[in-house]
Design a protein around this ligand. Structure first.
Ligand code: PAF
Length: 282
């Protein structure tokens, strides 16, 4: 697996692959790779001849006071894991290559509507940063398809909308959440948790599972969500949101069947997110 740091080398290499008629799959990441990322590489590998991963800790998607500086940078381990997973090419640019004029002067992509509420409410500007860098990576790599994890459910919806609105000829593949044996969704941020916090963290998924069971058997939504909120607090988590939305993230109506429970909660300084799809009864 080759690692490229500059844009012109990336373009040249991918032009060659395209001339050979190879299908290109993109796996964008911020590094510190875990099995959830490797599932993205596996999904890409199944669908394309060339798998291109990117590692870029994107400063534009971090708010003031967030963990940009602390975000784990583990390039060598990531390279070995990507190579073993069958990735062909890693693009790992530095910030100056991506944002040569600096962050303030950067042209941005702003996706409306689907960015409102949920993580969009508690992390203002976050999705503009994600959309901008993903739009840029789409332009640099020009992939046939790109794989994103379903753990970041709202991010996936934002990227689908970006691709639709900009008429980009890219298939977006959502890859199911990979969980630890106790149910905790894998995340690079889980590494911030103390042993005690790590022991409490699976309550987030357990609460979503209990809520799903209640709602699928016809329980009242607001009462169930209030119970879920109290359960999270009782387990030492500080909920940011706990919501039921239609699977396209629009508000739930009487006609909604395919829905999703979405939650974000803090354990100390660490913010965890998770989600679970469900089918509401008639
Ligand atoms: O999900 C992530 O790791 C990031 O938000 C992404 C999509 C790589 C953009 O920086």
């Amino acid at each position: 697996m080759r690692t490229l740091r500059d844009i012109s080398a990336l373009r040249e290499t991918l032009n060659d692959a395209r001339r050979r008629g190879e299908r290109i799959a993109l796996v964008p990441t911020m590094g510190n790779l875990h099995d959830g990322h490797l599932a993205l590489v596996a999904a890409a590998r199944q669908r394309a001849e060339r798998v291109v991963a990117t590692i870029f800790v994107n400063p534009l998607q971090f708010g003031a006071g967030e963990d940009l500086d602390a975000y784990p940078r583990t390039l060598e381990e990531d390279q070995s894991r990507l190579e073993a997973a069958g990735c062909d090419l890693l693009f790992a640019p530095d910030t100056a290559a991506i944002y040569p004029r600096g962050l303030e002067a950067q042209t941005r992509i702003v996706v409306p509507e689907v960015t409102e509420g949920l993580c969009g409410a508690s992390r203002p500007g976050h999705f503009d940063g994600v959309s901008t860098v993903v739009g840029m990576l789409f332009n640099l790599v020009q992939p046939d398809l790109a794989c994103f994890g379903e753990k970041d459910y709202q991010q996936l919806a934002v990227i689908r909308r970006l691709v639709a609105d900009l008429h980009l000829p890219i298939e977006i593949v959502g890859v199911p959440i990979v969980r630890a044996a106790d149910g905790l969704a894998l995340s690079s941020r889980n590494g911030y948790l103390s042993p005690e916090q790590r022991a409490s963290a699976p309550r987030l998924y357990a609460t979503l599972c209990q809520l799903r069971d209640r709602l699928e058997s016809g329980a009242d939504t607001s009462t169930s969500l209030a119970h879920g909120w109290a359960d999270l607090q009782a387990a030492g988590l500080d909920p940011d949101y706990l919501e039921l939305r239609a699977s396209d993230l629009s508000p739930v109506t009487d006609a909604t069947r395919e829905a999703v429970l979405l939650a974000a909660a803090r354990l100390g300084a660490t913010r965890l997110i998770d989600n679970l799809t469900l089918t509401l009864p008639h």
